[in-house]
Design a protein around this ligand. Structure first.
Ligand code: AMP
Length: 302
């Protein structure tokens, strides 16, 4: 595997079909699952690492975001990645950018209003990665369900010739969705953090057994989250991220909470297969993830 810093260097290493896995680094098994899926479908797998300042609304969150390029290099190489693209800020934004992507109504609910400018920042950087790296396909996690809708809309609206491939959420054996920010959870935070997946999975079981009313499903989540500071619980469509009253099309049930100093998001996709609702409960690890052994103090700035 080669580490490259410019779009040109990355493109020079493309052979055959190219799959891109865009990330902000500090890898865990969720990222690695995306890389391994990409490996099984494309000739060249490129993973990008860029902690995108445009998508952080809280400068403290940007500052403390875990970074460790050497650690990431070893993990990506072992997952069959060919090219690691880790551009410096100047490669992404040589001059202060005057052109940006503005995301439409898909950003109006849930994460959008709580993180102003976040999805515009995500879409701007994803558009740059698509234009600069010219992948045939790009892998995104269902963990960030609304982001997935934003990226699919970006591709449709601006006609990027890229196939977006979603990947199920990878979870700890206890159900907690993997996230690089989990390194900030203290042992005392863990029981509270677990309630998020617990509530969502309980509601998913209700949906599978025929419950279609959003209010009932959301209440099942809320009642589990009672001890936590809850930002939102919503049922939204997979195609436009519209908030739904009834589960009458492919949807996702999503929630955001605060546990200790950490903001956590999670969701369960409710797919409709042959007229039946089928929940994507994600993939459970059998043993603790790499994040469990990695405290925030191990995450050195690049
Ligand atoms: P991030 O580095 O957090 O921006 O994530 C990079 C990509 O990995 C995004 O497409 C995420 O949705 C995906 N991802 C993050 N966590 C998980 C997870 N637990 N399972 C599956 N995909 C994930």
């Amino acid at each position: 595997m080669e580490l490259v810093r410019t779009f040109q260097e990355a493109r020079n290493r493309h052979l055959g079909t190219v799959a891109l896995v865009p990330t902000m680094g500090f890898f865990h098994e969720g990222h690695l699952a995306l890389m391994k899926s990409a490996r099984s479908t494309a000739d060249t797998v490129v993973v990008s690492i860029f902690v995108n300042p445009l998508q952080f609304n809280d400068p403290a969150d940007l500052d403390r975001y875990p970074r460790d390029l050497e650690r990431d290099f070893v993990m990506a190489e072992a997952s069959g990645v060919n090219v690691m693209f880790a551009p410096p800020l100047e490669e992404m934004f040589a001059n202060p950018p005057t052109t940006r992507v503005v995301v439409g109504a898909v950003a109006d609910r849930m994460e959008g209003p709580r993180r102003p400018g976040h999805f515009d920042g995500v879409a701007t950087v994803v558009a740059k990665l698509f234009a600069g790296l010219q992948p045939h396909s790009a892998y995104f996690g269902r963990k960030d369900a609304q982001q997935l809708v934003v990226v699919k809309s970006l591709v449709d609206d601006l006609s990027f010739p890229v196939t977006v491939i979603p990947h199920s959420t990878v979870r700890e054996s206890d159900g907690l969705a993997l996230s690089s920010r989990n390194v900030f959870l203290s042992p005392d935070d863990r029981p509270g953090a677990l309630l998020l997946s617990k509530g969502l999975l309980a509601a998913a079981a209700l949906a599978e057994s025929g419950q279609r009313r959003a209010e009932v499903l959301k209440e099942a989540v809320r009642s589990t989250l009672t001890p936590l500071e809850v930002e939102y619980v919503e049922l939204a469509s997979q195609d436009r991220a519209d908030v739904l009253e009834e589960l009458d099309k492919p949807a996702f049930l999503a929630a955001a909470v605060r546990v200790g100093s950490v903001r956590l998001i999670d969701n369960v996709a409710l797919d409709v297969i042959g007229g039946e609702v089928v929940a994507d409960r994600g993939i459970r690890l059998e043993k603790p993830s790499v994040l469990y052994n990695q405290g925030p103090s191990d995450a050195a700035p690049v």
